[in-house]
Design a protein around this ligand. Structure first.
Ligand SMILES: Nc1ncnc2c1ncn2[C@@H]1O[C@H](COP(=O)(O)OP(=O)(O)OP(=O)(O)O)[C@@H](O)[C@H]1O
Length: 728
């Protein structure tokens, strides 16, 4: 058996993917041969002159692979180049262990140099001297020691000193090591050296002093961004940029995936920073660590069915069937329903969502002639405070915490609300209805009872561990690990249920979410629900989805609000950034809705292709956009609760709520006007319930923020009437 490993270095793929198809095929064959026997004569494997760790090997007649030897049998593929280019430019290749991160870096100064200003043309005699004419280099004011201290790769300093335009900078960052690119772009964007140090360098720096000659130690660090498995190289060749998330994790992402946590852990981060990607890698990591087995030991859950289906598809792509077999991938309401279903056999109950539940409230209030409270308020109070916290008696409700519920209510108010809730529950019972919130509460109760039974069973020292006893009582928690995505939208009952479904201990719960994206009224304090994440929180700050320009506009939409951290603290988007660049978002007013519809159709036609979506604040607008696009000969599909009705349609249209977790190349956010976002319903609270007004405004802001950050390349925001107060 060969003990040779061959991994691909991050960024090397950028040039490799541009090679002719036949060369890519030859690389595929080459890596097989190399792993079997690097010394096989056909490979002409040899060390390059002047580079003790750099080797070349034959890919085909014209191309050579450059390989960095990390010690033992470990090699890293750092480039594939035309044969002559390699030998003519030996002095243009450099490598190092970055003294700040401890990660291995390869510098292809030939490619990078080509992106930065070529030597200045000789100055014609009539022109002023070059120094007066040429622009100031962008990084002239930063001493070399400062850049090196921030982790910039030393061999690039001479090239960095020449950069005078944003294009050159972007050219360099495309091929430079990740940290160098992030640091330079942040400085260019105006961040101070201290900010860059805190937000970009420190999170990936190693604490120990780095031995810059120990390549074996460096290879094991998350800062060395290489593919891990042998098949990964093939995936990169086949999937191109779309497959990068599977094989090149950012060092910050990698650390979060690999860490052993002593209890529940949480990862936060702005849109597109890879929380879902990290959650998927974490699931894979946990299953691999469990070793062989048959049962579904890991639960991966998220907010809705559509997102759960997407997680399944991506986990399959990342980890394969054997891993997926060990994971229950299910949305949170389905998880609760499945738990409760056996206790409801034959009752004929129908389960209803929040919208229908509010209609039931409205009908009850109308029947009673009750006007003091509105249906939405009562539904939220009942769902979040009473059901969410498992409040069983009136006395308990008098004492219950109302975190995030806005205006304080008196004891008398609570007594009235309790009475109304009792009437409401009776009404649902009579109609054989059950809201998903009730299902969640019942599921939480069942899971907690079962957890107690397990504890008793264990205390009784009955040794055999079976999944289920004949009586239906569990003698083992259903899962060993639980991973939650879109955590900001789960309700209190969901958390109590999840807490009870996994034994307390290391790596029990892994929670990914971003409270800036909370679009349902489900604010919780995890600590008070038995999920203690203190000291086990990490943050992702680099967006892989959205451009710098979109991200800047989106963040401004959030205003000066304060955001919770799923616990009793606050969260913010400090350090949130992107290395991607694109056009500025466009804001377009229209005189009427009809004109706006025409504008949407024209724009979509102009864009021509790619993945495009139009999102609107109100449901009725969806059909109108679809129709207008249809009249323009553009096929559009609406997005329902289970995702786009026709995935292949060139344009997807939906209300903003439907865009959670999705992403598109180009987005139009239409109808962003006062009275729609925020809607009339919210504006009505301004006088009577200022606290609620603020809370609802915050949620509306989040909705717009979520919608705007679904776009990868460009965003157009339009309105008719008065522009939304959230827009700049
Ligand atoms: N390490 C990576 N390499 C390449 N692409 C990545 C990486 N991490 C994330 N991405 C890509 O960035 C995009 C956003 O990732 P993901 O959906 O995980 O972000 P998120 O933080 O969950 O976003 P949101 O909060 O908006 O749901 C995806 O297209 C994903 O493939």
């Amino acid at each position: 058996m060969s003990t040779v490993t061959l991994r691909l270095l991050d960024k090397a793929d950028k040039e490799i993917l541009k090679l002719p198809r036949a060369v890519k095929g030859a690389i595929y064959d080459f890596q097989h041969k190399f792993r079997q026997d690097p010394e096989s004569p056909g490979l002409r494997f040899k060390q390059l002159k002047g580079h003790p760790r750099l080797y070349s090997a034959r890919v085909n007649l014209d191309y050579r692979a450059l390989l960095l030897h990390a010690g033992g049998g470990d090699y890293i593929l750092v480039a594939v180049k035309p044969r002559q280019e390699v030998y003519d430019n030996l002095d243009k290749f450099a490598y190092q262990i970055n003294p700040v991160t401890g990660g291995i870096e390869f510098l292809d100064l030939l490619t990078i140099g080509g992106k930065v200003a070529a030597e200045p043309e000789p100055t014609p005699a009539a022109m002023p001297p070059a120094e007066e004419n040429s622009p100031e280099p962008l990084f002239a004011k930063f001493p070399a020691e400062t850049l090196l201290g921030l982790g910039v790769a030393e061999p690039l300093l001479p090239l960095i000193a020449k950069i005078t335009t944003e294009d050159e900078l972007l050219g360099l960052t495309t091929y430079a090591p990740q940290l160098t690119g992030e640091v330079l772009l942040a400085l260019y964007d105006g961040k101070t050296v201290d900010e860059v140090m805190d937000q970009i360098t420190t999170p990936v720096a190693v604490e120990e002093t780095v031995d810059t000659d120990d390549y074996q130690a460096a290879l094991a660090r998350p800062a060395t961004v290489v593919t891990t498995e042998d098949t990964a190289l093939q995936e990169v060749l086949e999937d191109g940029d779309f497959g990068r998330w599977k094989v090149f994790l950012h060092p910050t992402q990698q650390k979060i995936v690999d860490r052993v946590y002593s209890g529940p852990a949480r990862v936060t981060g702005g849109p597109g920073t890879g929380k879902t990607i990290v959650a998927l890698h974490r699931v894979k990591h946990l299953v691999e660590r469990l070793g062989p087995g048959e049962g579904k030991d890991v639960l991966l859950t998220t907010f809705n069915k559509n997102l759960a289906a997407d997680l399944r598809r991506r986990l399959l792509d990342l980890a394969g069937q054997e891993i997926v077999k060990r994971v229950d991938i299910v949305n949170i309401d389905k998880l609760a329903s499945d738990l409760v279903a056996p206790t409801q056999a034959g009752t004929g109950r129908q389960w209803i969502d929040d919208t229908k539940a509010v209609i039931q409230w409205q009908e009850l209030l109308d029947e009673l002639g009750e006007h003091k409270w509105d249906a939405e308020f009562l539904h939220a109070e009942w769902s979040q405070v009473i059901l969410g916290q498992g409040v069983a008696t009136r006395a308990d409700y008098f004492r219950a915490r109302r975190a995030g519920r806005g205006r304080a209510i008196s004891r008398q108010d609570r007594a009235e609300i309790w009475k109304l809730v009792e009437r409401y529950v009776m009404r649902l019972d009579d109609r054989k209805l059950w809201t998903f919130r009730q299902v969640a509460e019942r599921a939480a109760r069942l899971a907690i009872e079962r957890a107690k039974a397990i504890a008793t069973y264990e205390a009784d020292q009955i040794s055999s561990v079976k999944l289920q006893h004949e009586s239906g009582i569990w003698y083992r928690h259903p899962y060993r690990h639980i991973v939650v995505d879109e955590a900001q939208d789960l309700g209190a009952a969901h958390w109590r249920m999840l807490r009870a479904m996994v034994p307390e201990g290391p790596d029990d719960l892994f929670i990914a979410g971003d409270t800036h994206q909370r679009i349902y009224a489900n604010q919780v304090s995890l600590g008070s629900l038995g999920v203690n994440i203190r000291g086990r929180s990490s943050k992702l700050t680099l967006s892989y989805r959205t451009t710098h320009e979109i991200l800047g506009t989106a963040c401004r939409l959030l205003g000066e609000e304060e955001w919770d951290d799923l616990d009793d603290g606050t969260d913010d988007l400090t350090g949130y950034r992107s290395v991607l660049r694109g056009p500025d978002p466009v804001l377009t007013p229209y005189p009427t809705w009809a004109a706006e519809l025409d504008g949407i159709a024209e724009l979509v036609k102009e864009w021509g292709g790619g993945s495009i979506a139009v999102c609107v604040p109100e449901r009725w607008m969806v059909a109108e956009v679809e129709n207008r696009l249809g009249r323009a000969g553009i096929m559009a599909a609406s997005i329902g609760p289970d995702g786009p009705k026709l995935v292949e349609a060139p344009v997807h249209v939906g209300t903003m709520h439907r865009f959670k977790g999705l992403e598109y190349q180009r987005m139009i956010l239409a109808g962003v006007a006062e009275g729609r976002l925020p809607g009339e319903r919210i504006l009505a609270f301004e006088k009577d319930d200022p606290l609620r007004f603020r809370r609802e405004l915050q949620r509306a802001r989040s909705l717009l923020f979520v919608a705007a950050t679904r776009a990868r390349d460009s965003v157009v925001i339009s309105w008719h009437g008065t522009k939304s107060r959230f827009l700049p």
